[in-house]
Write a protein that binds this ligand. Structure first.
Ligand code: UD1
Ligand code: UDP
Length: 369
């Protein structure tokens, strides 16, 4: 008997990390895989789906410029409820900790549809950091039937919260599946970077940094660029107006800072490969960069991804101007410090996470008759 799995994606990182799962489900004989885009992100989501040649079967077109979290959540919940009632999936899958994921888990709970959480068990233990993602994943985790945990630490977090061990599978992170699929294409970096300069790649978009912390981050980048004419900072700017407007105002005039629109995934991987150093507050980048042997300075006070920090290949620098400049300068000036962070150790997976997730679902769906 054919069973239906509905994969829900809303934002850029969800699409990247669900793409390998969607591909693996599409290859299954007795499973129909449907893709629902909430389009919490519009341009960023479309960019990724196109890059992985995935067409959404359903699209809620939820994004509105700069909408509040309450508006976003209530609109998602109402729309998801309607779609789930008409689609009647046997299983719903979603990835990560965005508002799309929390709303999907809740909508499934109300309709008693079993929900599988990809990248389950990440925790900082601080409900306000990252905001609102820590709350999103804690809420989703309470409503989840299958927890697909990327690391042993994530498994342990779930067990400590009282989740039954039979509901938890250690899978690795699907981002490594996506990275390996994409890096193998060896795509060109389609941005005119200066071949004579060391490239520093930057991304930043976290809500808890909006306002003064983000201005401090921009001032630190400016100072770093001015002090080091031999580097070029490449910053693909997130379209969130709280980020984009400030970044262009504070960094737009510095000659060795290149601001560009968000890059497609394959060129972004090419930029990571080409970079000397990465400065970012992104979750996904913290997982990908170690696999590519690139040091990351993380623009956050704490992380739910401590594995790479413990290995010494990722360092937390917060949003403090002086710390960011000092730590980046050290990696630019001190080859030993640089080498100790550029070791190419990848604690987040082996590229087979999607296969493990599908295996769990296959067993469940076939046991249902
Ligand atoms: C969202 C997630 C965050 C995730 C990030 C990945 C929530 C609350 N936040 O943050 O966990 O790390 O995505 O990037 O779920 N916008 C565009 N075009 C786009 C995308 C966004 O213009 O393609 C603008 C819109 O004005 C939109 C705003 O950015 O309203 C914010 O988008 P939203 O999805 O609410 O939050 P992000 O800050 O992007
Ligand atoms: N990324 C991309 N293009 C860019 C910047 C990032 O494809 O211009 C990818 C990056 O490789 C990672 C993901 O987007 O896989 C991270 O997304 P984001 O930083 O928006 O969200 P987070 O991971 O912090 O939730």
């Amino acid at each position: 008997m054919t069973r239906k799995v509905l994969c829900i994606v809303g934002t850029r990182p969800e699409a990247i990390k669900m793409a390998p799962v969607i591909k693996a489900l599409q290859a299954e004989r007795n499973i129909v895989c449907r893709v629902l885009a909430t389009a919490q992100h519009r341009a960023l989501l479309d960019q990724v789906l196109e890059g992985f040649a995935i067409t959404a079967d359903l699209d809620l077109d939820i994004m509105r410029p700069d909408q509040s979290l309450a508006t976003l959540t209530s609109r998602l919940l109402l729309e998801l409820d309607g779609v789930l009632q008409s689609e009647k999936p046997d299983v719903v899958l979603a990835q990560g900790d965005t508002t799309t994921v929390m709303s999907a888990a809740l909508a499934c709970f109300y309709l008693r549809i079993p929900f599988g959480h990809v990248e389950a068990g990440l925790r900082t233990g601080d409900i306000f950091n990252p905001f609102p993602e820590e709350a999103n994943r804690v809420i989703a985790g309470k409503l989840t039937r299958w927890h697909f945990a990327p690391t042993q630490r994530a498994v342990d977090n779930l067990l400590c919260e009282g989740v039954d061990a039979s509901a938890v599978t250690l899978t690795g992170n699907t981002v490594i599946d996506a990275l390996l699929m994409t890096a193998a294409q060896d795509c060109d970096l389609d941005v005119p970077v200066d071949p004579g300069k060391r490239l520093v790649l930057v991304t930043s978009h976290r809500r808890e940094n909006f306002g003064e912390p983000f201005q401090d981050i921009c001032q630190a980048l400016k100072r770093l660029a001015e002090r080091n004419p031999g580097i070029q900072i490449l910053y693909p700017v997130h379209p969130n107006p709280n980020v984009k407007d400030v970044a262009h105002r504070l960094l737009g005039q510095t000659p060795n800072i290149l601001l560009c629109a968000p890059l497609d995934y394959a060129p972004f991987i090419a930029a990571m490969k080409r970079s000397y150093l990465i400065i970012s507050d992104s979750g996904g980048v913290q997982e990908e960069a170690p696999a590519l042997g690139k040091p990351v300075l993380v623009l956050r006070e704490e992380t739910e991804r401590p594995e790479a920090v413990d290995l010494g290949v990722v360092k937390l620098v917060g949003a403090n101007r002086t710390t960011i400049v000092e730590q980046a300068q050290r990696l630019l000036d001190d080859p030993q410090a640089y080498q100790s962070m550029a070791r190419g150790v990848s604690p987040y997976g082996d590229g087979k996470a999607a296969a493990r997730i599908v295996e769990v679902l296959r067993q469940h769906l076939h046991s249902c008759g």
